[in-house]
Design a protein around this ligand. Sequence first.
Ligand SMILES: [Zn+2]
Length: 270
Amino acid sequence: MFLKVNSKLKFVDAHIHLSDSEYAKKIEMLLHEANKSNVVALVSNSMDLQTSLDSLKLSEKYPMRVYAALGIHPWTINHMLPEERQSIVELIHNQRSNENFVALGEIGLDVKNLKKEELNKLQLEVFHEMLGIAEKLGLPVIVHSRGTTAQVIEILPSFKIKRVLLHWFSYPKSLLPIIVERGYYITEGPPTLYSHGIREIVKQIPLENFLTETDGPVRFFHEPFKGKMTVPSFIPLIVRAVAEIKGMQTRKVADQIFKNFMDFFGISLL
Ligand SMILES: [Zn+2]
């Protein structure tokens, strides 16, 4: 008996900032490289109004390959005028039935805002607003929780949001059981190849709760990424590292992550 097997592995980048100015004029090249590396789908995360509009444009230009996540990042709230914030909220509502718009992101809380009372108040207000919209529209959220994961974990149950992704989860590891119990996902990227802490997390997190990311254009200063622009073609290396850490076949890891991507964002790429 001959079984027809599709031998092509498929990879995904659940968290990249394609609308970042560093990628301007490089998108064609970057997507061409991604294609050659079998990275078949990317989610372009946004920071503010302009990047949200640009993420949407990219998702329309490259349907079924680039998907848009819209939202307000905690790093941009400091200088954001109330009108801009309002425009983002309106944009999100207007795009609710756009199939290319798959999540709110990147939203969340950052440790550096904690130190300034006003800023912390504002980031909490914006985060709550974004979560409220996600609940209302039934969308997944991609959360930035640098140094604030415990708070984020405490806030999330106040909203009926089923699909939560904690991007670049790094600490504290003691929160992993509750993350898994609630069915949340985490993403890891290039540090999977060299960071002891991240490798430990990858070892502990069930593959069913895991997705891959690059967080480009963030740069990485360890080999093999040193001196290189961060691109989605890094993903196969990350998946291979995950397989090695977990003692599994790369194919099994890639297939599960691909399935997770479709489940999490509610899309079909088959
Ligand atoms: Zn990011």
